[in-house]
Design a protein around this ligand. Structure first.
Ligand code: NAI
Ligand code: MG
Length: 347
């Protein structure tokens, strides 16, 4: 039976990279029926609707899984981030963002392998802000709950245990934010005791930024609150080759939405030069979520072969292969690999 998956192409580079990812997914042969939801963000507003129509939320509630392109959020004023709203509406509490060195991609460090777990529904991103023009004071509330913290910390530990990873680093700022970051840290210390086989360490966020750019190879699983996770995951992407290649998953108890770490990249939108790798790799995470491990492995190996050979590269990685052509090359490789019986038995 075909999987039913909601497809949100998004805006900016979204539609271009989505097309490339669809080519690659088609080549895996996994039967997927797409439920297209084009209207979210500016595209929806231009059509006279809400930034995040109920229809899109309900569609994901019905089909449980979505693949999503980036959606632009206006800076300063304008509507609330559709991405943040979607994560809150569907209670997608775990934002899982793996960053590891890829074959053939030269960066300052060659053995980076970290998975960042970002709390995705609370913290400073709850959208409770106000400005009093008379006093000239702007305020934002950071809400950290016991329930919200426990589930993301536990998720990180469970992931580490299941995937035989050795360490969880909890990133905080409890020296200054004694209540909010303090609660998160306190719960981390408690939960860590339940996993004696996994090393637990605490790192203050400013130090973490310095550690990650000087010594990233010592990190494994990283768990942190919403804002810190947002910032550190872009930093982690920069360590392994940039935003064009790093995937992500928003996971809740009932629903899952797969999307890149990067945004809509307005500076290169419409030019057929964005790197679709991040979304292709998000699609790989989606295949695993759907239980399609063989197709996911084939996709990963094919992509890595292409990187190793270095023949086809998009502009962000120093090449000149257009987005659509890159997608087609990866798709060809996937189709070829998946048809090889000898290759099928590789582990
Ligand atoms: P961005 O991630 O869109 O772009 C940052 C830089 O990375 C730009 O120079 C861009 O060209 C480059 N880049 C990003 N993705 C790339 C790709 N696939 N291939 C090649 N280069 C790539 O961040 P920015 O510019 O701060 O945000 C743009 C918009 O995206 C904003 O409105 C922001 O709110 C939104 N955004 C949406 C997200 C989502 O939908 N989940 C996540 C992050 C930002
Ligand atoms: Mg971000």
């Amino acid at each position: 039976m075909a999987h039913k998956v909601v497809l949100i192409p998004g805006d900016g580079i979204g539609p271009e990279i989505t097309e490339a990812a669809l080519d690659v997914l088609a080549a895996t042969g996994v039967p997927i029926t797409w439920v297209l939801e084009e209207e979210a963000g500016m595209r929806s507003i231009e059509a006279g609707g809400e930034p995040l129509p109920e229809k899109v939320i309900n569609s994901i509630k019905t089909h449980k899984v979505a693949l999503k392109g980036p959606i632009t959020t206006p800076v300063g004023g304008g509507f609330k981030s559709v991405n943040v709203s979607l994560r809150q509406a569907l209670d997608l509490y775990a934002n899982v963002r793996p960053s590891y060195s890829l074959p053939g991609i030269k960066t300052a460090f060659q053995h980076v392998d970290m998975v960042l777990f970002r709390e995705n529904t609370e913290g400073l991103y709850i959208g409770e802000e106000k400005y009093d023009a008379e006093t000239g004071v702007a305020e934002a509330i950071a809400r950290v709950t016991k329930k919200g913290s426990e589930r993301i910390i536990r998720y990180a530990f469970e992931y580490a245990k299941f995937n035989e990873r050795g360490k969880v680093s909890l990133v905080h700022k409890a020296n200054i934010l004694k209540k909010t970051s303090g609660l998160f840290l306190e719960l981390g210390r408690e939960i860590a005791k339940e996993y004696p086989e996994i090393r637990f360490e605490e790192v203050i966020v400013d130090n973490m930024c310095m550690q990650m750019v000087t010594n990233p190879e010592r990190y494994d699983c990283i768990v942190t609150t919403n804002l810190f996770g947002d910032i550190l995951s872009d930093l982690a992407a920069g360590l392994v080759g940039g935003l064009g290649i790093v995937p992500g998953a928003n996971i809740g108890r009932e629903y899952a939405v797969f999307e890149s770490v990067h945004g809509s990249a307005p500076d290169i939108a419409g030019q057929n030069k964005a790197n679709p790798t991040a979304l292709i790799r998000s699609a790989e995470m989606m295949l695993r979520h759907l239980g399609e491990h063989f197709a996911a492995d084939a996709l990963r190996k094919s992509l890595f072969e292409i990187f190793r050979r270095g023949e086809f590269r998009t502009a962000d990685l120093g090449g000149s292969t257009p987005t659509n052509e890159f997608g087609k090359r990866v798709a060809e490789k996937v189709a070829k690999n998946i048809a090889k019986p000898r290759w099928r038995t590789q582990v």
